[in-house]
Unconditional design. Structure first.
Length: 226
């Protein structure tokens, strides 16, 4: 069906080997609607581990990454409330890839450690599956193609660039050029779709997106029980 697709689905070897829980990687471009899909899956019983949420937590006031960011980049990159000045940092790293790498060297190990801790805690809850929300699932090189595997199925929430631009503009203070720059740093739409086991097209209402997410949930439960 057009709104909900499955690509090259196979039973993951991790399940065959007795992995205790199904692990789902959820991704999509900025403004695609992946957070809404994650929220719906959470209501259906999945444990949601959102790396973007973790990133915001460690760069909030008194966040774990703030001391190292202050030392590396100076006080000018810290907002008056003690959090990361995202607008200044965004401008800095867009213009200089070495600064982007320096920031990632601070934040990525922390995000990885917290993600692992949350996943370990999730196992104690015995959920139907864990959803890892990773905006840069393809780009990071840390999730796909790993041994042992980290993800059993990849879910991509897909929207046109016009829809992405409209949604991000409506919820943020970013100008059109800034949003386009962010999109340009992310994986190409066709590359995400090629990597997907499931595709949810978010081209309608929130109600329609919830229905498609429920279909995804049922399919994942079915696959888990095979």
């Amino acid at each position: 069906m057009d709104s909900f697709q499955t690509n090259h689905l196979k039973l993951p070897s991790a399940i065959d080997e007795g992995e205790p829980i199904l692990r789902v990687g959820l991704t999509g471009g900025i403004g695609s609607g992946k957070s809404e899909v994650a929220n719906f899956l959470g209501k259906l019983g999945a444990v949601i581990i959102d790396t973007d949420v973790i990133s915001h937590e460690i760069t909030a006031s008194s966040g774990l990454a703030i001391p190292a960011i202050r030392q590396q980049f100076g006080e000018q990159m810290i907002a008056p409330d003690g959090s990361l000045n995202r607008q200044k940092m965004r401008t800095l790293i867009f213009d200089n890839p070495s600064f982007k790498l320096a920031l990632e060297n601070i934040t990525h190990p922390l995000i990885r450690k917290i993600t692992e801790d949350q996943a370990s805690a999730a196992l104690q809850q015995n959920p139907p599956y864990i959803v890892f929300v990773v905006p840069l699932l393809l780009e990071s090189g840390q999730w796909l193609g790993q041994k042992p595997r980290k993800i059993d199925y990849v879910v991509v929430v897909d929207s046109s660039e016009d829809q992405q631009l409209s949604r991000v503009q409506s919820r943020s203070n970013l100008d059109l050029l800034s949003i386009q720059k962010i999109i340009a740093t992310q994986a190409k739409r066709e590359d995400r779709l090629a990597a997907a086991d499931y595709i949810i097209k978010n081209d309608g209402s929130l109600f329609e997106l919830e229905k498609k997410t429920a279909q995804l949930h049922e399919s994942l439960i079915h696959r888990k029980n095979l």
